[in-house]
Write a new protein. Sequence first.
Length: 176
Amino acid sequence: MKRSLINRRVAIAVVVLFLLVAGGSFSLAQRNANSVNKDVPLHEIIKLPGRLLAETKTAGTPGNLRLSGYRVEEVALPRSVTAEVRGQQVTVNRAFRVTVTGGPFPVRAMPAVVWIDDQIVGYGIENENLSQITAVTFDDSLIREGGVVALSYGEDKDGRIRFSQTLQLKRGGENQ
């Protein structure tokens, strides 16, 4: 009887200790994540002025999304931030904002995903009237001449709707 009581107490102590350590680690990780997010929040990047790199307008695409164009902008960040780019932590001082226009875009359980070629730019954020979806990336290798912008709901490559006009990057306000 005494041995079983001691075993229970040891087991409870181990579980409590584990929960304390795990809770502390989670709290530290949460604080670190918040400090990165406090550097330049995504909603701030979306509102910052940007330099137009590429833009297209279409007559619309078939289907229920009615895509009418896209805009790619380079955004100078107010301060340098650490971001993950191609699996590595790097310090960046600019971001790239890709905005798809059309709609009104439906609100769905799956997030809107903006693509360039076969790479995900990011998960889209809809504007108030659901006429634009914007994604932000710190990876400048995605923004290249001839890239194809697309939109999907979820990360389904086959379900993407692509723009027929490829990226034609502008330099100094003129087409290259």
